[in-house]
Design a binder for this molecule. Sequence first.
Ligand SMILES: [Zn+2]
Ligand SMILES: [Zn+2]
Length: 72
Amino acid sequence: MAAKDETQTCVRCKYVAVKEDRYCIHCGAPLKNRCTKEKTLLHKGCSKVNKADAKYCADCGTATTFSEWGLL
Ligand SMILES: [Zn+2]
Ligand SMILES: [Zn+2]
């Protein structure tokens, strides 16, 4: 693994966080652009992690976390 793969940059404040973090420790923004489709009785849900510039999930078309937070 290259060193650049071990960090991620917050899209809101540009804080560089470690890969394992889910939320930015500086501003609270989500660091993973996950699909927001939740698990229901009829659907198993979708937790796909999309590209940082994706407004909608590449798998199911539901809005992503970044889109809902107004980060894009
Ligand atoms: Zn941040
Ligand atoms: Zn999805």
